[in-house]
Ligand binder design. Structure first.
Ligand SMILES: [Zn+2]
Length: 75
């Protein structure tokens, strides 16, 4: 069987190279950071005095949501 010149995998019909792990990890990190910023911004919009909650919680929830969105898009 022919091998793909780029990923060395079996070159079947409709072959698509698997994405490199480091790139995937970077992408997830980017989504996590974006999600964290979005969560923090939302918190700021809805709670400008920061009375309700913790910045860290908003950042964490945003990061998790960002990763979930990334996984959902890529699934
Ligand atoms: Zn390939």
């Amino acid at each position: 069987m022919a091998t793909c010149p780029r990923c060395k995998g079996p070159l079947t019909d409709g072959h698509r190279c698997p994405r490199r792990y480091s790139f995937v990890a970077l992408e997830i990190a980017a989504y996590a950071i974006g999600g964290a910023l979005a969560g923090w911004l939302l918190l700021f919009v809805f709670d400008p005095q920061n009375q309700l909650s913790d910045d860290a919680v908003a950042l964490a929830i945003g990061a998790v949501a960002g990763i979930a969105i990334n996984r959902f898009i890529r699934a």
